[in-house]
Design a protein around this ligand. Structure first.
Ligand code: PRP
Ligand code: URA
Length: 209
């Protein structure tokens, strides 16, 4: 089990403060989620393998590096994970995108899957699962179980805000999955919302409340 990567960059902390503010409207909220996702992706892809190639610059021949290894896929957990897709595609434009639909039952807080469509060659790809919020961890755990059923071996999880409870649950259920997050919060409240958190990410991205 690896130590989760938690970002501490001042600009990320600043952007997360704007996200948390209940007066931040949907347009700015969406832009911030997308920007922060881009930077989380930057860290989550830090260990991608490289291979040396030779190219001709306007000055001379040069040996230089390009990304090699398996192709990548991003899998947002609907709905809120969709908000991260633009940002990660800015970093890896050629990646394929799968979708897993999950909602939390308001009573039990258990995730309910309602949709799954993954690239046909997903088993040959390294997969990054996207969801801004890791609360109890139930949605991420089930989504990752589902992706593993398709034969995927290398999965990383990217989020914006995590609760310690969700982090621990995800590490226990999937010790092989590295977690990258922009902020680790204090706890969950009695409704299983992250404290201080940012409220309901899906509703704030899509303006549904
Ligand atoms: C939110 C969030 C995660 C989940 C996190 O989705 O985007 O998917 O809750 O909670 P958990 O860690 O306790 O499972 P929600 O169920 O609100 O659906 P939505 O994205 O469609 O709004
Ligand atoms: N889902 C959210 O959108 N926010 C939380 O705080 C917890 C789950």
């Amino acid at each position: 089990m690896s130590t989760p990567f938690i970002m501490d960059h001042p600009l990320i902390q600043h952007k997360i403060s704007l996200l948390r503010d209940k007066h931040t409207g949907s347009k700015e909220f969406r832009e911030l989620i997308s920007e922060i996702a881009m930077f989380v992706c930057y860290e989550a892809t830090r260990n991608l393998p490289l291979k040396e190639v030779e190219i001709e610059t306007p000055i001379c021949m040069a040996k230089t590096n390009v990304v090699s290894g398996k192709k990548l896929a991003f899998v947002p957990i609907l709905r809120a994970g969709l908000g991260m897709v633009d940002g990660v595609l800015k970093m890896v434009p050629a990646a394929k995108i799968g979708h897993i639909g999950m909602y939390r039952d308001p009573e039990s807080k258990e995730p309910v899957e309602y949709y799954c469509k993954l690239p046909s060659d997903i088993a040959k790809r390294d997969v990054f699962v996207l969801d801004p919020m890791l609360a109890t961890g139930g949605s991420a755990i089930d989504a990752i179980h589902k992706i593993k059923e398709y034969g995927v071996k290398n999965i990383k999880f990217m989020c914006i805000i995590a609760a310690p409870e969700g982090m621990a649950a995800l590490q226990k259920a999937h010790p092989d999955v590295e977690i990258y997050c922009a902020a680790l919060d204090e706890c969950l409240n009695e409704h299983a919302y992250i404290v201080p958190g940012l409220g309901d990410a899906g509703d704030r991205i899509f303006g549904t409340k």
